[in-house]
Design a protein around this ligand. Sequence first.
Ligand code: SAM
Length: 333
Amino acid sequence: MGRSSKDKRDIYYRLAKEEGWRARSAFKLLQLDEEYQLFQGRCFSYVSPCPPIHQSAVPTCFYLLGVHRAVDLCAAPGSWSQVLSRKLRSSNETSEVKIVAVDLQAMAPLPGVIQIQGDITKVSTAHEIIRHFKGEPADLVVCDGAPDVTGLHDIDEYIQAQLLLAALNITTHVLRTGGTFVAKIFRGKDVTLLYSQLKIFFQEVTCAKPRSSRNSSIEAFVVCQGYSPPEGYKPNMSNPLLDHCYDVDFNQLEGPNRVIVPFLACGDLSAYDSDKTYPLQLDTGKEYNYVPPNQPPIRPPYQEACFLKKNNLLAKERPPSPVSTPPATNTSE
Ligand code: SAM
């Protein structure tokens, strides 16, 4: 295969090299921006800091706040950070712009981009990002995170979903009210659960497939606009699947941080009570008839102990050995 064959097969691969992008993924973010004007920082609602004039009849307002601070999660090799750097620094005072990029992999430096080499599922990474923003919230968080795919679709989709939830957790710490979150998503069979989780935090959630994303790929992007966490929600990283937060006492969580799954006691009240003891002859006049298990265990761990006991081979308890008393010594010499 000649060196030009990939260029022929993949127009975005070729264009990325020609335009100086580190990866063809740059076009995905650029095309998402064409559709959603991500870098204009649309304030999406009547929530603060949208001025009262915009809180009138229509719930959606298009007050432009601009994007000055952005986070790029799972950023390496850095084409999305390049897009952020070029777009934000060309339309704002460069001193006002702050971009923080995170990845497990090291990344070559980019102008105006602070890099963190870390795992987005770790609380410590979230804290490091927050520290760089010095209390000021971000206007935009993007995440193009993808696991190393195994080819086992269920596992790949599950890990991708966990990455997205980790990104959402970090987002709840740093994003301003009304801000935007964009993340890669695998449109698998359980994707509606993720949409529902995102809808808790954002007024608008849409799923977009830029033309530069191959049709044969399960990937798409959720564009979540109008960050608006439930009243009383306190950002936390307490996803028990992430970062082994076993020290979190979930019973202590309150208000919207606490999710209570409905419990339903079901079954007919006339059914046998599993906590009660019943006589063996349930039907009067009938003999008790033992029925063996349908499928006894094939090789249970207690098999050897049963064999030893049956053949009287179990270790016997020995009588205690007599306590040896030291010979008496004459101390009166
Ligand atoms: N957006 C990037 C660009 O335009 O150059 C490409 C991102 S690449 C598709 C996916 C990245 O996700 C990889 O660099 C990988 O190291 C990163 N990643 C996967 N799991 C991660 C994790 N737990 N924490 C941080 N980065 C992660």
